[in-house]
Design a protein around this ligand. Structure first.
Ligand code: UD2
Length: 310
């Protein structure tokens, strides 16, 4: 779709997922406004043509400055670390839940919300489809679940909105520097520097890794559906998994990195992290039914691209 003439607000647009989304929207011709407080985002990840509003999503004035008058809003900003949210549940509630509910209440245009697989808690069956019970194990999951539920309870008089439940997103610009960074950003960086990696547990836990470009495609296509069809869109007032349905073990990940670099990684094992989910595998079929979307990036290719860029 040609987005020329449309003004689009992206919260968290300077961060890992948000900045890739902004690049894509700019390529589609949109005029983009980013609201980011740079707690984890970086201004140099945002194209210079984009208006940057520096502020938090909890700040009513900053929200209004960035988002009022927009034709569509992508609400991506969050405290994305489960551990950080456990350490400061009040902050998680205010950023991840209350600000999201406020954005929904204030919006007069389509809203695409970044929800999370964390809302499901420990899977009761695999793959996890959208009808799986919502039983978050963490404050992060519970706060995302509150906004996800608010979207699913919207009626047809509300502006169109959808919740997109991200599984393990990876790709360029994911910060490897914290112990709670995405495992692929840590492992690829260390494979290149030759530093050892730690596997928590036996390495047979599985994750459904999805490349950030496939996530961005899902976000843009979902917004297009809401813009064109409004509340008649099959996405309105619903939630969808954003995943590949192709889980891999951490040991598979290490092997894939080793065959790419031709070097053995130094791997040590430590006990399983508290609260770690053993297996995660999403069912992407609902999103594939409503959008012309199919994840394109195979894990081997995504890892190769990451390693080449380092
Ligand atoms: C992901 C999300 C989190 C939340 C959660 C929901 C990321 C970065 N985090 O957490 O926000 O949505 O899913 O279930 O996407 N691991 C190691 N060594 C390391 C780092 C990690 O063995 O150095 C393990 C870790 O114990 C886990 C797996 O790798 O078993 C994936 O860890 P992660 O932090 O990348 O993501 P996850 O699934 O805990």
């Amino acid at each position: 779709m040609d987005w020329s003439g449309l003004t689009v607000g992206v919260t968290g647009g300077a961060g890992f997922i948000g900045s890739h989304l902004v690049d894509s929207l700019v390529d589609c011709g949109a005029t983009v406004v980013v609201l980011d407080n740079f707690s984890s985002g970086k201004a140099d990840q945002v194209p210079s043509s984009v208006r940057l509003v520096s502020g938090s999503v909890v700040d009513t004035t900053a929200r209004s400055e960035a988002l009022s008058g927009c034709d569509a809003i992508f609400h991506i900003a969050a405290i994305a670390s489960v551990v950080a949210c456990e350490e400061d549940p009040e902050k998680s509630a205010s950023v991840n839940r209350d600000a999201s509910l406020a954005i929904l209440a204030e919006a007069s245009c389509p809203v695409v919300f970044a929800s999370s697989a964390a809302i499901y808690g420990n899977p009761q069956q695999l793959p996890v489809s959208e009808s799986h019970p919502i039983e978050p194990l963490s404050h992060y999951g519970a706060d995302k679940a509150a906004a996800d539920a608010a979207i699913r309870s919207l009626g047809d008089s509300a502006p169109p909105a959808v919740a997109m439940r991200f599984f393990n997103v990876y790709g360029p610009r994911q910060d490897p520097s914290s112990p709670y960074s995405g495992v692929l950003s840590i492992f690829t960086t260390r494979a290149v520097t030759g530093e050892p990696v730690t596997i928590f547990g036996d390495g047979l836990q599985t994750r459904d890794f999805i490349h950030v470009t496939d996530v961005v495609d899902a976000l843009v296509l979902s917004a297009e559906s809401l813009l064109v069809e409004g509340t008649m869109s099959p996405l309105h007032s619903r939630a969808f998994n954003v995943c590949t349905g192709r889980p891999v073990t951490l040991l598979d990940v290490v092997s894939a990195i080793e065959s790419n670099t031709g070097k053995m990684m130094q791997v040590t094992h430590e006990p399983t992290r508290a609260g770690d989910i053993r297996d995660s595998e999403g069912d992407p079929s609902a999103l594939k039914e409503v959008l012309a979307w199919n994840p394109q990036v195979e894990l081997e290719q995504g890892l190769a691209d990451l390693l080449n860029a380092l």
